[in-house]
Design a protein. Structure first.
Length: 416
């Protein structure tokens, strides 16, 4: 196997995932078709890295809600919308919240295997235009046979189940969320995202639609978050089981030792709903020569891991352990960690499981402050980690995300 080299990366700002309604304005990207959002990202990458798009063997994009405007192979249509040569191909994938990182990992596998020379990995999600649930698949694709043998519950219930079972308190979750907001505010003030962030324009007018992340709430405090009501308490009391069991009761069938679920997560300590896109340019050594480019980093290892599907969100730990083992590394060998903040308890548990120094984790804030554009987030986190490694003159980072259905994904990159 050869190296999978990271040549460059770009991302859009993350816009609030809400359409305009009445006198209430929508998010800054809510009027941009997701194909156009990705097309601008591809063109900005080509501009920044100064390469001929004709050299790209394939574009691998993650998108979770592959329906409506995000259906019909959004990767290929984004390439066409970008005006790239007809010869450039694209493929779309869905590994839920891990989709963007999986797009990068599959693109990396293509060049590392020697089957391809230049690839692009990344993702796009317009949560304002194609909301969660648009594919009408539910949790399990409405498979009655599967439901007879495998219980699954919504992710917010799983997050609260983890908190209850492993003893994470509302106060800990809110403190973590406030820290995410503070770190994001500092990063924005310091211009740490400027190297990769570009302004998205309205394709119809050419005017700038959004130039900066608009989800952060500077000045958020743990005390203020403490006044918010739990988001998933009412959901947990809703009947969903075949015999009228509530959602909480279904979860407790698998975890009877818990007794009762304490609901601690709410909008302020869970990831934000946003729109966004990201693209990472990868190459083999031969591909880098074709591009005439100096690589910024290389992929050391990638891994996925499964976990029990009711508790669902615990697999960043085994995925990270598997990636570290493949790379011949330990937790202490990693300089920076990006652990997706789907819910506060996810990074809290991963840090506890792996004994990670919190000062190395999500140093510029995470999805609680900046938002989680489902199919793009993993690529965005890798982009953020690479930029921060360079800013701090450090060497290694590990990016990991929890994934619906009880999966985790991890990627280790090494700065060159």
């Amino acid at each position: 196997m050869g190296d999978a080299l990271i040549i460059d990366a770009v991302r859009t700002p993350r816009g609030r995932g809400k359409r305009a309604k009445g006198d209430t304005p929508g998010g800054g990207l809510s009027e941009i078709h997701p194909q156009e959002l990705m097309a601008q990202t591809l063109n900005r990458l080509a501009e920044k890295a100064s390469f001929d798009p004709a050299l790209v063997d394939d574009v691998v994009l993650g998108t979770v809600s592959q329906a409506k405007e995000q259906g019909a192979c959004i990767a290929r249509n984004s390439i066409l919308a970008a005006g790239w040569p007809d010869e450039v191909t694209g493929v779309s994938l869905n590994r839920f919240c891990g989709s963007g990182l999986q797009g990068v990992n599959f693109a990396a596998m293509g060049v590392a295997s020697g089957m391809q020379d230049v690839t692009i990995g990344g993702g796009v999600e317009s949560m304002s235009r194609v909301p969660m649930g648009s594919d009408e698949a539910g949790i399990d694709g409405h498979n009655a046979q599967l439901r007879k043998t495998v219980v699954q519950v919504p992710q917010g219930i799983s997050a609260d189940l983890i908190a209850t079972k492993f003893g994470f308190t509302r106060e800990e979750a809110d403190a973590f969320a406030a820290r995410s907001q503070a770190r994001a505010a500092e990063a924005i003030e310091d211009g740490r995202f400027a190297a990769s962030l570009f302004a998205v324009k309205d394709p119809a007018t050419g005017e700038v639609a959004l130039a900066a992340d608009e989800h952060p709430r500077p000045g958020t405090t743990a005390e203020g978050l403490g006044a918010l009501r739990p988001s998933f308490e009412k959901m947990g009391a809703m009947p969903m089981g075949p015999n009228g069991e509530t959602i909480d009761q279904l979860a407790l069938i698998r975890y009877p030792d818990v007794g009762a679920i304490t609901h601690i997560h709410h909008a302020g300590n869970s990831s934000g709903i946003v729109d966004g896109a990201c693209a990472i340019l990868l190459a083999s050594e031969e591909g880098a020569k074709k591009l005439g480019a100096r690589p910024r980093a290389r992929i050391r290892a990638t891994a996925t891991a499964g976990a029990e599907p009711v508790i669902m969100l615990t697999a960043p730990t085994p995925a990270s352990e598997r990636a570290l083992a493949k790379a011949g590394m330990t937790v202490d060998d990693i300089d920076l960690w990006e652990i997706n903040e789907a819910f506060a308890v996810v990074p809290l548990k991963t840090m506890r499981d792996l004994s990670i120094d919190p000062e190395k984790v999500n140093v510029n804030g995470g999805a609680i402050a900046l938002g989680h554009p489902l199919g793009a987030t993993g690529a965005v986190l890798l982009n953020t980690a690479l930029d921060e490694l360079e800013r701090r003159d450090l060497n290694t980072a590990l990016v990991t995300l929890c994934i619906g259905g009880g999966m985790g994904i991890a990627t280790i990159l090494e700065r060159l």
